[in-house]
Ligand binder design. Structure first.
Ligand SMILES: Cc1ncc(COP(=O)(O)O)c(C=O)c1O
Length: 383
């Protein structure tokens, strides 16, 4: 099977990830931070070490700013629902995943917040002039994905961060598609809240993700419960990170994420991005040559290798089934949980086929996909 659905979750994982998880389960499967015994201390140590690595990767000055969750969606919900207050205005890009769009819509429908969606411009996936004009006195947050999970368009987050700082608005980035693939420096980029999955570009296991929160951001824990600290108080402690990580964590998953982060940092984000971009360029060049294929690239030149297309005469879902069943190639079809982005691209009626190669894919994998699409497209044209 050729796996080209890396934007959903990366697979396979680097060497070391499975071993780290197995070691955790077999040798120190205790509850971290809840007991003084040595197994609990060891489990807690793995989590602290992973926090330290994530802080280093994203340039967070203090590992306590890194909080772990089960995926990027949980991290985003903690951020938005814990931060926003009645009367707040939020500005979002027109490329948001449902992980951002749905919590915003829930708050909007309850009358808590007002939301402005910023369209793309001719040259950029986000119209910065529109964005600047949309800022009001009650604007509390600008939230944007770093890159679209539908067509890979990379948003200019440094410029948005500068604008947020000039207007003293909080800035949140959904790094679901870029963590482990593009350099992210929360301090240099003026990011107050950064949500990331552990299981995509960071190459860790499913069931991992995190949120980095600037210490000046006032935020309430979304989930309350046991924290292993201040147990005498009925009130939820707001100590960071433990007040924001109630309940037993996914220690085996975080142990796997630790091994994955070590791999990513040793290999180097630039090297990972270079390899993936090479495959993305090969894919775009190959698909462009095929009669009947429409590629959905945005207006800017900066894209991740996340490529959406349609083939004349075959629906995206049907195409994905053919690729799976006749060619053994795994891709994703449909709306990719991002209706807002498809509305922006004009592909809301059925979505697209999405191909997303990763670090462990090869030129042969990409060529197999191109040849398969060529065959299907030619067969459709002959019908
Ligand atoms: C841009 C974007 N945001 C958020 C998410 C949600 O990530 P997770 O599956 O880790 O919750 C995804 C997943 O595809 C995504 O692509």
């Amino acid at each position: 099977m050729i796996y080209l659905d890396q934007a959903a979750t990366s697979w396979p994982k680097p060497p070391g990830v499975t071993d780290a998880m197995k070691e955790c389960i077999e040798e120190f499967g205790a509850n971290p931070g809840r007991g003084g015994h040595r197994l609990s201390v060891r489990a807690g140590q793995v989590i602290d070490d992973t926090r330290r690595l994530a802080a280093q990767l994203f340039h967070a000055p203090d590992p306590k700013q890194v909080w772990f969750y089960g995926n990027a969606t949980q991290a985003i919900n903690q951020a938005l629902l814990g931060l926003l207050q009645p009367g707040d205005h939020v500005i979002a890009s027109s490329w948001e995943h449902n992980a951002v769009a749905r919590p915003l819509e829930r708050l909007r429908k309850r009358g808590v917040i007002d939301v402005t969606w910023v369209p793309p411009s001719d040259r950029s996936p986000i119209d910065l002039t529109f964005l600047k004009r949309a800022i009001r006195p009650e604007t509390r947050l600008i939230v944007t994905t770093h890159a679209s999970n539908v067509n890979g368009a990379v948003l200019p987050i440094e410029e948005i961060g500068e604008m947020a700082e000039q207007h003293q608005v909080r800035f949140m980035v959904d790094a679901a598609q870029t963590a482990g693939v593009l350099p992210i420096d929360v301090q240099a980029m003026g990011i107050h809240l950064l949500a990331f999955p552990g299981h995509k570009g960071l190459l860790g296991p499913q069931g991992t993700g995190g949120l980095i929160v600037h210490p000046d951001v006032k935020i309430e824990p979304l989930i309350t419960g046991g924290t292993g600290s201040r147990s005498e108080a009925l009130e939820q402690p707001e100590d960071r990170p433990e007040g924001f990580e109630s309940g037993t964590p996914n220690t085996p998953g975080i142990a796997g994420l630790h091994a994955a982060l070590q791999f990513v940092m040793e290999t180097g984000i630039e090297e990972i991005h270079r390899q993936e971009s090479r495959l993305g360029d090969q894919l775009v060049a190959g698909l462009r040559e095929i009669e009947g294929v429409t590629l959905y690239r945005g207006s800017s030149t900066d894209h991740l290798p996340v490529i959406s297309f349609r083939v004349r005469g075959v629906g995206p879902d049907e195409m994905a089934v053919i690729l799976d069943q006749h060619y053994g190639i795994a891709v994703r079809a449909g709306l990719h949980c991002a209706a807002v982005a498809h509305q922006t691209l004009g592909t809301l009626d059925g979505g697209t086929v999405r191909i997303s190669p990763g670090y462990f894919n090869t030129e042969e994998d990409v060529q197999a996909l191109i040849s398969a699409v060529q065959e299907v497209s030619a067969a459709c044209a002959a019908m």
